[in-house]
Design a protein around this ligand. Structure first.
Ligand SMILES: [Zn+2]
Length: 68
């Protein structure tokens, strides 16, 4: 397996062991394709609410605010 080592969203350290990396979702970048979000298996609970779901919810609130 090659490619960049995923970075833990909770602690910011690289996740060297692929079996220890938990995929949390994909985050869109302001420019470019964005990036995947990972965390150590033991750190998932420290990341908090699903960041992708939180962003989607925020986007809905922004749209509603603009419509009113
Ligand atoms: Zn971690």
């Amino acid at each position: 397996m090659s490619g960049p080592v995923p970075i833990c969203r909770a602690c910011g350290e690289p996740i060297e062991d692929p079996d220890d990396a938990v995929y949390l979702g994909h985050e869109e970048g302001n420019s470019g394709p964005g990036w995947d979000i990972h965390a150590h298996r033991g750190h998932v609970n420290q990341v908090g609410p699903d960041p992708v779901a939180a962003r989607a919810a925020a986007r809905v609130l922004i749209v509603k605010a603009l419509e009113s």
